[in-house]
Write a protein that binds this ligand. Sequence first.
Ligand SMILES: Cc1cc2nc3c(=O)[nH]c(=O)nc-3n(C[C@H](O)[C@H](O)[C@H](O)COP(=O)(O)OP(=O)(O)OC[C@H]3O[C@@H](n4cnc5c(N)ncnc54)[C@H](O)[C@@H]3O)c2cc1C
Length: 404
Amino acid sequence: MADFSAALNEDQRELQQWVHKFGESVIRPAAAEWDEREETPWPIIEQAAEIGLYGFEILAEGMMNDRSGLTIPVMIEEIFWADAGIGMSLMASALAAAGIAASGTSEQLIEWVPQCYGTPGDVKLGAFCASEADAGSDVNGYRTSAVYDEATDEWILNGTKAWISNGGIANIHVVVGVVDPTLGSKGHASFIVPPGTKGLAQGQKYKKHGIRASHTAEVVLDDVRVPGRCLLGGKEKLDERLARVREGKSGNAQAAMQTFESSRPAVGAQAIGVARAAYEYALDYAKEREAFGKPIIMNQSIAFLLADMATEIDASRLLIWRASWLGKNGRFENAEGSMAKLKAGRTATWATERAIQILGGVGYTRECPVERWHRDAKIHDIFEGTEQIQQLVISRAISGLRIE
Ligand SMILES: Cc1cc2nc3c(=O)[nH]c(=O)nc-3n(C[C@H](O)[C@H](O)[C@H](O)COP(=O)(O)OP(=O)(O)OC[C@H]3O[C@@H](n4cnc5c(N)ncnc54)[C@H](O)[C@@H]3O)c2cc1C
């Protein structure tokens, strides 16, 4: 097992430059338009697929052949540096893929993950559907039911999922359903809803504060019947797990939480991509903008703010890289994934707000991308575990107590 190192290898540096170039030349110039349109940027996804940046192969390569854990966060930071809305459109399929990987068999992975991406010329999306209107942080509150019909070997799903990235427009929906409501989150299981399945429909599409190029909608499941093989992990394993839980032995961590835990450092990487974009823009602006006869950066109050931004971004990145390495090597001790996400989300929200301050009036207008980055940053304090949920997870890990 390799020790943790924050030094990127040559392949990772090349990948970083390659993604950066695509971000700079294709994603950034399109960002304002798709933000205003509030639509999925299909042509950009298509272009990303054509160069191999959108697809299951690059994800599999980063997940399986990188022992350092740094490849994926490096790639994500560059995409989100270019634009978080388009970035989220590219990344939400990975959340579905992670949901499949968290509890699926290798056969299920091979069958369904590629269908979350499609192929160049025929790109597709995936959606991970866990949250419900009355149950976001509190996963014990999910109501979407999953009932087994033994006669037909089918599962019947009923319920409504809320705030789902790519919800209703995805090819593959990974749905967390309640198999045994008496067991809280331990009674959950995840299901694939294949393309074209009757009864799955998009509910309301949300109008959002930020990441507006990413489609977010309700997913309504009305007597959705999926074949038995769509239960991730299979029925035998589920029955064994539920039996263990009913006997009072703890089962595996719940399906949804497993997915979120493994993806937290990646969400942190998204956040620092946005933070870095704002910091770089503010630094350049502060050197050029003159007030009272000198560039505004010549005032310590501005220069020190930029110094703090650079420091906070680097500190966040180090936490993310450490967490990614720990995750890769199975070494989490004190919820370091949650620490990384907590820090990076806060850094992005703070740095983008301060960047507007450095830019003054122009920073507040849509002439300037910093306004958009500020709106885009905030989601990183909310999804995949809010700030407070990260604090809850960390405080429980460091204290060994069931903090409420
Ligand atoms: C743009 C967007 C995209 C999303 N994409 C997806 C997706 O693809 N798939 C998916 O399943 N979900 C998705 N979500 C849902 C997201 O994960 C939830 O919104 C998030 O987990 C928070 O849940 P909630 O909105 O119900 O807030 P709540 O859980 O109601 O929380 C409200 C407030 O109370 C605080 N709070 C709650 N419990 C505690 C506690 N025990 N202690 C202290 N404070 C607490 C929270 O921190 C928060 O500040 C998305 C959301 C958005 C906005």
